[in-house]
Design a protein around this ligand. Structure first.
Ligand code: G3H
Ligand code: 13P
Ligand code: ZN
Length: 309
């Protein structure tokens, strides 16, 4: 039971054709819901912290909450920085004891992304920390990305090989059609599996990462809307596509939106049905249970990492 790096986890996931869930954490209830599910399923686990999460909960609280979760459950956990935007935040997290950081230089030109990523890799590796980088840009994050520009934002396989060789990075987030948030596809969901297979074949035994991988399950969108929300036409990545990606070298699948929807739906429902309750433990407890159920579903039915600890 400890904070560990993802090295061994990724090796086993790659060989076993399954993926590890990287779940975003922002408070105690979210952390508890996730680790209870991972413990019950005996699953490997990555907890990831965004800059927004650090701002909301303060870095010291999140670190201590994750340590408490490890102590309480006996799990090994990877503590990962999600979307580190510069060297400084990566350095801070490494110095704070994170076992994994993402440097997201995807908005920079190729050479600048390499230079920045290499700087983080050098600092991290000297301290036993692993690094994820990103090449290509996820649709939906950038404004006004036109369909005709598809190839310009999707990850180029030749560049991916050069990027990995020159930076020494431990894993790579690729763009093959996913995007962050609840609106991933205007029409039918479609991922570029041909591109994924090409990248996997050109980078054998190398772990790839899929961001923006929430499924946006209609049941939860509807549950949010039933109790006062207005989230029309949300659409995410179908579960069978995620299972397919996990067999093609994708070892880490990032999930945040589905947790947000599950937690919000449960709290909205509870408060609507119990308007006189004002004890935060009552509604936050419902949110925590909803997170646990969602993570259990992901581990069992999507990631395939039950009993892979
Ligand atoms: O990729 C982004 C994650 O969903 C985290 O979102 O920056 O609002 O914490 P956030
Ligand atoms: P979703 O918004 O699809 O959950 O993606 C989360 C993510 O990629 C975090 O880095
Ligand atoms: Zn992301």
């Amino acid at each position: 039971m400890a904070l560990v790096t993802s090295k061994e986890m990724f090796k086993k996931a790659y060989e076993g054709g399954y993926a590890i869930g990287a779940f975003n954490v922002n408070n105690m209830e979210i952390i508890q819901g996730i680790v209870e599910a991972a413990k019950a399923e005996n699953a490997p686990l990555i907890l990831q912290v965004s800059a927004g999460a650090r701002k909301y909960a303060k870095p010291a609280y999140l670190k201590k909450l994750v340590e408490a979760a490890i102590e309480d459950t006996g799990l090994d956990v990877v503590l990962h920085l999600d979307h580190g935007e510069d060297f400084e935040i990566c350095k801070q997290c490494i110095d704070d004891g994170f076992t994994s950081v993402m440097i997201d230089g995807s908005k920079f030109p190729f050479e600048e992304n390499i230079e920045l990523t290499k700087k983080v890799v050098d600092y991290a590796h000297e301290r036993g920390v692993v690094v994820e980088a990103e090449l290509g840009r996820l649709a939906g994050v950038e404004d006004n990305v036109k369909v005709s520009e598809k190839d310009a934002i999707y990850t180029d396989p030749d560049q991916a090989v050069e990027f990995v060789e020159r930076t020494g990075v431990d894993s790579l987030a690729i763009a093959i059609g996913t995007s962050h948030g609840a609106y991933k596809f205007k029409g039918e969901p479609k991922l570029d599996f041909e591109r994924l297979e090409k990248i996997t074949n050109m980078l054998p035994d190398f772990p790839l990462v899929l961001h923006g991988a929430s499924t946006v399950i209609p049941e939860f969108v509807e549950a949010c809307n039933k109790y006062g929300g207005n989230i029309p036409g949300a659409k995410g990545v179908p579960e069978d596509m995620l299972r397919r990606a996990a067999k093609l070298g994708v070892c880490k699948i990032n999930i945040d939106t589905d947790l947000r929807l599950a937690m919000t739906a449960a709290i909205r429902k509870f408060l609507a049905e119990n308007p006189d309750v004002f004890d935060p433990r009552k509604y936050l407890g419902k949110g925590r249970t909803a997170i646990e159920e969602m993570v259990t579903h992901k581990i069992k039915n999507v990631l395939g990492c039950s009993n892979k600890r």
